[in-house]
Design a protein around this ligand. Structure first.
Ligand SMILES: Nc1ncnc2c1ncn2[C@@H]1O[C@H](COP(=O)(O)OP(=O)(O)O)[C@@H](O)[C@H]1O
Ligand SMILES: [Mg+2]
Length: 293
């Protein structure tokens, strides 16, 4: 990302004036490490059907992908369906098999961790899905749905404190407090996505992986959810990998965008600059497909 590169360059030791006794900041590192650094990530799946059906032929859904996300930064991963966006996001949460490469989160390569070892990172990295309908237990009230991640990751919280946290979460995502006793089927799509977001931010994650979180919503509701994500990012300071096939949505939200095609990142940059001057023909084709621009 240009922003991250600029930040790194600006903080590189060589560009600093020689520290004098008066201006030495004791704890400040010379180079700010990104929150997430994905290096040469490869995810392979068995090829389906066709010529190779039944064989052990593997295809790379994610093929040598590298990128960084700084703290508090929103980076979009854009590209057409099947390009490997979801798989990249899932790999970061250990929900897709990493064949090669590193996923360095806050200085630690989490790719080789076992599920048990990964447990503390599950709190730090949360996921928001396209349609929370499938990820919200229909039998539970919103209160139980939002209390669950708190019970798992903040087991020391007493019931009263947890209830207060749930109320605070509903306020944060602008849902009325009396919704606590409602069930998912009583909500609109936009309200359900607010619950999905509230559940993800409940445990104060440092990184949100959002997989097409507004793609199933009407355009007017999309705009509200995007505004909410911007607001929450400002309040909570999380970074975000925002997976989207929609370049118009990306421009409203992201600090940087990665263009993905057939498992590879073909172009990257700051959205407005990249859209104004796309270098790769695939990016141009994607932009041509955006209806109003
Ligand atoms: N669990 C899986 N098993 C086999 N193939 C998969 C699996 N998940 C994804 N794929 C394949 O990986 C490729 C990338 O898929 P995906 O990451 O879902 O793309 P996108 O999110 O960009 O639409 C596709 O060819 C898809 O069929
Ligand atoms: Mg997808």
């Amino acid at each position: 990302m240009p922003a991250a590169e600029t930040a790194t360059a600006a903080n590189a030791p060589a560009t600093f004036p020689a520290p004098s006794a008066a201006n030495v900041a004791p704890a400040a590192p010379a180079v700010v490490a990104p929150l997430l650094r994905v290096e040469n990530l490869v995810v392979r799946f068995p090829a389906r059907g066709g010529l190779f059906g039944g064989s052990r032929e593997m295809v790379a859904a994610v093929d040598d992908v590298s990128f960084e996300i700084g703290r508090g930064q929103i980076v979009a991963l854009a590209g057409e369906s099947g390009s490997g966006k979801t798989t990249t996001g899932r790999a970061i949460l250990k929900l897709a098999p990493v064949a090669a490469g590193k996923i360095i989160f806050d200085g630690v390569d989490i790719a080789p961790l076992t599920p048990r070892e990964f447990f503390p990172w599950r709190k730090r990295i949360q996921m928001v899905f396209q349609d929370p309908w499938h990820s919200l237990n229909p039998r539970l009230t919103l209160e139980s749905i939002l209390a669950e991640p708190l019970e798992i990751h903040f087991p020391q919280l007493r019931a009263a404190a947890r209830r207060e946290r749930v109320a605070e979460l509903l306020r944060r995502v602008k849902l009325p407090l009396d919704m606590m006793r409602r069930h998912p089927h009583e909500l609109s799509g936009g309200q359900r996505q607010r619950v999905g977001i509230a559940r993800a931010v409940a445990v104060e994650p440092e990184l949100l992986v959002c997989d097409e979180p507004v793609s199933a919503l009407d355009v007017s509701v999309q705009a509200q959810i995007i505004a909410l994500l911007r607001e929450l990012r400002a309040e909570c300071g999380f970074a975000c990998l925002f997976v989207s096939h929609d370049l118009a949505v990306v421009e409203q939200l992201a600090d940087g965008v990665l263009i993905m095609r057939e498992g590879k990142i073909v172009e990257r940059g700051e959205p407005a600059a990249l859209y104004a001057n796309p270098q790769h023909p695939y990016t141009r084709a994607l932009l041509d497909a955006v209806p109003v621009f």
